[in-house]
Design a protein around this ligand. Structure first.
Ligand code: SF4
Length: 366
């Protein structure tokens, strides 16, 4: 069967697709806290938390965040440590810093200067095209279509877009005209954006979609052609394996040595973690000979984007007092509870020390 060289735009008029999808959304939308009591602030926080993170993971963080930072002003006035602490375990910590910076900018602007449209929101810290469109449409009624992986999947199937894309950003660019055509003339842009995303999350899922439950089943080209599960077609990024040796050093007072990730680090800046063996040696805390006496305790694996990381944890007890250079700290159990720790390392500490430190909820992506 010859594949179409370019995507078809909508299979039926936009208004018909909007009406059937919005009726489905009104009847079936999940009851989520940021939908229950909508506000601009709650929309911003939820959209940033939901970047690359599942709804079920975000839910407890969102409720806890709102209890501590209920509005832009409270967040703007909070310390960075307290912001990172509330984010602990949610991963991709740059989002927390950006949200903090955004709150500061927002509170410094006058009402007339504050962003309204998606184009305005793009100027705010940490806001990309997807989040700008989501916030501006949901909270402020701006008719800009969102396009993310969910939307790419749903709309690619609707129009039977079968080209193979070299990257997700190429797929987003190809699907954007379809999303714009769907949005044209819509009186409920925020709901329409949420409805497409909801459809992708609960009906038109990765793999086999639940087409019988779909409000677009009569119009969907991929369903008619029987290849919806194969769309969209994206080239897979190669995964990279990496092994990191880490050392949990304990002193005579049973305190543990932790290191704070430097501010200029690309990832996890400001969080505390169990140091790498090489970092302990480079900081002059132990000689290579001393390190060779460490015992391997266990191995922990995790994935971040296309990286598969294996962390090998070693333990060693020292009896001589050791200094802690700037950015390092000997901490007891109490102090560890209060520190903003790298989420997987809090798990590792619990396992290594068999002390039930309180865990943050949810998946740890960083
Ligand atoms: Fe997705 Fe099936 Fe609906 Fe088409 S009919 S949009 S493939 S769920």
């Amino acid at each position: 069967m010859p594949f179409p060289p370019t995507p078809r735009l909508l299979p039926i008029p936009a208004a018909e697709l909007q009406n059937s999808l919005l009726a489905w959304y009104d009847a079936h939308a999940r009851d989520l806290p940021w939908r229950r009591e909508p506000s601009l602030y709650r929309t911003v926080v939820s959209e940033i938390m939901l970047q690359q993170t599942q709804v079920s993971t975000v839910l407890p963080y969102f409720e806890r965040w709102m209890a501590v930072f209920p509005d832009f002003k409270t967040l703007a006035n909070a310390s960075e440590d307290s912001v990172l602490k509330q984010w602990e375990g949610l991963g991709y910590y740059r989002r927390a810093r950006n949200l903090h910076a955004l709150a500061k900018v927002w509170t410094a602007l006058s009402a007339a200067e504050r962003p309204v449209t998606a184009a305005d929101w793009l100027t705010m810290p940490g806001i990309g095209p997807y989040t700008a469109a989501a916030v501006a449409s949901i909270a402020l009624g701006d008719a800009t279509a969102v396009v993310d992986g969910n939307v790419v999947r749903v709309l690619s199937r609707l129009v039977a877009e079968r080209r193979e894309f070299a990257s997700s950003s190429a797929a987003v660019a190809a699907v954007r005209p379809i999303a714009d055509a769907l949005m044209a003339g819509c009186s409920r842009p925020g709901d329409l954006n949420q409805a497409v995303m909801e459809l992708g999350a609960v009906v038109c899922r990765k793999g086999e979609p639940a087409c019988l439950l779909c409000p677009w089943r009569q119009s969907c080209h991929a369903r008619a052609d029987g290849d919806a599960a194969d769309l969209p077609r994206l080239k897979r990024a190669k995964s990279v394996a990496r092994t990191v040796d880490r050392l949990l050093l304990q002193d005579a007072e049973e305190r543990l040595l932790l290191r704070q990730v430097p501010e200029d680090s690309a990832r996890l800046a400001g969080l505390w973690e169990i140091p790498e063996v090489a970092e302990v040696v480079a900081a002059g805390l132990l000689s290579l000979q001393e390190v060779s006496g460490a015992a391997q305790s266990f191995v922990q694996k995790r994935g971040i984007a296309n990286e598969r990381i294996t962390e090998v944890f070693f333990v060693l007890k020292v009896t001589e007092p050791r200094a802690s250079p700037s950015g390092w700290s000997w901490t007891d159990t109490r102090a560890q509870i209060d520190l903003a720790l790298n989420g997987p390392h809090r798990k590792a500490l619990t396992r290594l020390t068999e002390v039930p430190l309180p865990m943050s909820l949810g998946a740890c992506l960083d």
